[in-house]
Design a protein around this ligand. Structure first.
Ligand SMILES: [Zn+2]
Ligand SMILES: [Zn+2]
Length: 328
């Protein structure tokens, strides 16, 4: 789950998901509209575990300050969190906040603070283990003093399988060399008489690993974030106001993007599908939303699929990517 605004726990009740199905939580930044739902959701998750007689460890990733926010909330509200151990990973060493933001307190023992340092390439690696999606983060520019991140979730390349009949016919019995072939390395057959090219025995077409990117509130992405989001199948980007509304100088809206800006970013990173979210409550009518969509579409180009997010939207990301039917 990415960001937990107020009301998320209640809205979850009207979906096929529930608090027990949430795997990890990622927080883009500490603004209230992105974190106020977190304590309630965590309590709900703890109750789900308690009802099952389980206890589980749960990871939350976000900016420095996240540990104190969660720890302090549970201390002051005297709320139980009996069936959940929290590991809170703060991404440190960023540009927006240098070093430790303040003296970190020690909170209750089942809420642990951990840190993840920034890599040389300006990214944070949050998950990189075999057979699981690779999850990384980088900074985006929002407002001074409010460090903000974007995240990418990328599948690992799915290995193709070996047609054993074909391999055996070429004199290679199942064994360690099959793994080399799956990785694209040619091998000799068992008696060293035939050099087998992987393409001769692999079956199925290679499946491109899908990439999902979501960026927090911003008026610009860092170069590292642009690199991470490159060739995303889906990019979720805010579109708080239209260009005209921004130019009219609504000061509160500084630090945000227009629909056009979101479209330009989608084109720059070659996203196949752009999902606009974080739409201003001032955009109330259907013509407003259509206008927003058209402006983003014009900026991101013909082949970019455009979706304006709404509550309960479900978007399937096809295995072989989005296909432009008109050009098939
Ligand atoms: Zn926001
Ligand atoms: Zn914000």
């Amino acid at each position: 789950m990415f960001d937990v605004g107020e009301g998320v726990q209640r809205q979850l009740q009207f979906t096929t998901m529930n608090a027990g199905t949430v795997d990890k939580i990622f927080i883009t930044h500490m603004h209230a509209d992105h974190v106020l739902g977190l304590p309630g959701l965590l309590l709900g998750m703890s109750l789900v575990q308690k009802a099952k007689g389980n206890r589980r460890t749960f990871q939350i990733y976000g900016p420095p300050g996240l540990y104190d926010y969660i720890g302090m909330t549970f201390n002051l509200t005297k709320s139980g969190l009996e069936s959940l151990d929290l590991e809170i990973y703060e991404m440190i060493g960023g540009d927006a906040v240098a070093g430790e933001p303040f003296n970190v307190r020690k909170h209750r023992s089942n809420i642990i603070r951990k840190t993840i340092p920034r890599q040389k390439d300006g990214t944070w690696v949050l998950q990189d283990i075999p057979n699981m999606p690779i999850i990384k983060a980088a900074e985006v520019a929002h407002l001074p003093g409010i460090q903000t991140f974007g995240f990418t979730v990328q599948e690992q390349e799915a290995p193709r399988s070996i047609n054993a009949d074909k391999a055996i016919a070429m004199g290679l019995k199942p064994g360690r060399k099959y793994e080399n072939l799956k990785k694209g390395t040619p091998v000799w057959n068992d008696n060293g008489t035939i050099f087998i090219n992987p393409e001769n025995v692999l079956e199925g077409r290679p499946r491109k690993a899908r990439k999902f990117s979501i960026v927090g509130d911003n008026y610009a992405l860092s170069p590292a974030m642009i690199g991470l989001a490159q060739d995303s199948d889906v990019l979720v980007h805010e579109a708080t106001m239209t260009k005209e509304q921004m130019e009219n100088g609504d000061a509160v809206m500084r630090g945000h993007s227009s629909a056009e800006m979101a479209g330009v970013v989608a084109k720059r990173v070659n996203a196949k599908c752009l999902v606009l979210n974080h739409i201003s409550p001032k955009m109330k009518t259907k013509p407003d939303i259509i206008d927003l969509r058209n402006r983003a579409k014009e900026a991101c180009g013909e082949t970019c699929h455009l979706v304006v997010a709404h509550d309960f939207l479900e978007l399937m990301v096809p295995l072989h990517g989005f296909v432009d039917v008109e050009h098939e």
